[in-house]
Design a binder for this molecule. Structure first.
Ligand code: ZN
Length: 285
């Protein structure tokens, strides 16, 4: 099952068509895409047999952020071995956790304003929590996942390293630094929910035809702390709520890992591809 946010209304999507959930259920489920996780089990039960007769065609550029107002947003640093190495860090023995503030959430095709010349990309599989989780085991952890989506953890590297201690939360929370979407996909849709290809492509967007370069090409099977491990470990410390997001970390290939770094430039289009989810296309302005 896949859901999206079409003009600030929750829709169920299939084959390029969108079914307005509130209308199709005569108000049994509300239109606000953030609210549905409070009622996730009943919703997915309905979704299995939803009638798409009243569905409308849509395109990804019409979509808003699929999870628009998560109560908590977690992001995990250094969660792929090669990325930890390129960043010059030892492998973590506990997940390295920071937050991205809610105001940085953006639509799948939102423009991203570059505040400086040291802005970096980080493709990440994003987990959407489906019910409240506290001290859950690794074995049970997937039961707390509503679905998976694509995300970019855009990072301003100068701010991130400014001061006597790192400023991850600020550096990764400029406006539109957290584009997500285009859809949330339930875990059962994946052949292997623990092995998902994630990529960042960068298009120069020139008028003489795009030249597109692959910057990151990873697979979530290489995560140091898997989705289930992250949920288990986070929930040992705090409570995860329905509709929360976990950015699970980025594979190797980021700009800061290059000598010299090649950061994002105005005019480029950042393309984020996660197999089974879809793609984000964000113009850099
Ligand atoms: Zn990240």
């Amino acid at each position: 099952m896949k859901i999206a946010n079409l003009k600030n209304r929750l829709v169920l999507v299939k084959d390029g068509r969108a079914l307005d959930v509130e209308s199709a259920t005569f108000g049994a489920f509300a239109a606000d895409p953030q609210d549905i996780y409070e009622n996730w089990d009943a919703f997915t039960e309905w979704g299995k047999s939803a009638d798409f007769t009243a569905a409308v065609d849509y395109t990804d550029d019409q979509l808003d952020a699929v999870v628009p107002r998560p109560r908590q947003i977690f992001a995990i640093g250094l969660n792929y071995r090669e990325h930890a190495a390129e960043a010059g860090f030892e492998l973590p023995t506990h997940p390295m956790v920071f937050t991205k503030f809610q105001s940085s959430i953006a639509a799948p095709q939102a423009d991203i304003e570059l505040p400086s010349n040291s802005v970096d990309y980080e493709v990440e599989l994003v987990v959407v929590i489906g019910k409240q989780a506290r001290r859950v085991s690794v074995e049970d952890a997937w039961d707390y996942v509503a679905g998976l989506t694509a995300g970019q953890d855009i990072s301003e590297r100068a701010v991130q390293s400014r001061g006597p201690a790192p400023q991850f939360n600020l550096a990764k929370s400029f406006p539109n630094f957290s584009p997500i979407g285009p859809v949330v996909v339930t875990p059962d849709e994946f052949a292997d929910r623990d092995s998902i290809r994630v990529r960042t492509l960068l298009s120069d967007g020139g008028s003489t035809g795009d030249s597109t370069e692959t910057k990151q090409d990873g697979n979530t099977s290489d995560l140091i702390f898997s989705v289930a491990e992250l949920i288990a470990r986070l929930s040992q410390t705090l409570t995860l709520f329905a509709g929360d997001l976990i950015f699970t970390g980025t594979p190797a290939g980021v700009a800061i890992g290059k000598q010299p770094p090649v950061f994002l430039r105005k005019g480029q289009t950042l393309v984020t591809v996660i197999d089974g989810v879809g793609e984000l296309r964000n113009r850099l302005v």
